[in-house]
Design a protein. Sequence first.
Length: 216
Amino acid sequence: MNKYALLVSAALGTAMLAGCAGASQESAGPGGNPFATASFQSIIKHDFADKGQAKVSRLKQTQSQYECSKYAYLGEAVPADVAKEIESKALSGVVYPADGKYLGNWKEGLKVAEDGKGMQWSDKPGTPNGGNCMACHRMIANDPSQGTIGPALYHYGKLRGDSEAVLKYTWARIYNSESFNSCSFMPPFGAHKILTEQQMKDVMALLMDPNSPVNR
């Protein structure tokens, strides 16, 4: 399944959709990408509707999503120069903690990682979102409900240590994973304001703290 199909399958639900989008280009564009045609725009206009805080505008692609879905449709790898440009732009937009502290409370981070609620039409606007990290990543031992779409994060800090370079890299991956993977499926939790800075610090602590279940 290509990136576009995965994005649309989420269709206005869950906090993950805040990091996803559909088509926004008005013409077929390079390669004749059908996801950008006027007929598709018509489907979006007539078959989708705003409901509460879940807006149709969430289906508008970013430029990086457009490039990735275009090449996926063509069955080609994203050219190295295009991938580098996407990653460089994403990394330059990362906002690091204002106080220079990366780690919060791992117990709160575990709640964020387990919680998939937020940004749906039925959720109260302004309430904290979950990160739903365990839907895609294995993070703790002996929990068969964890996902395998993303890389396993069990023993993340134990294996990598807590150097400044590791902390900055991990923060950037959470903030906007396109910083290191141009066509990442991971929602840009910081860039799209899905999680607050404090929530990101708590998730960082979950990954790095030696006392957290991730590292035991």
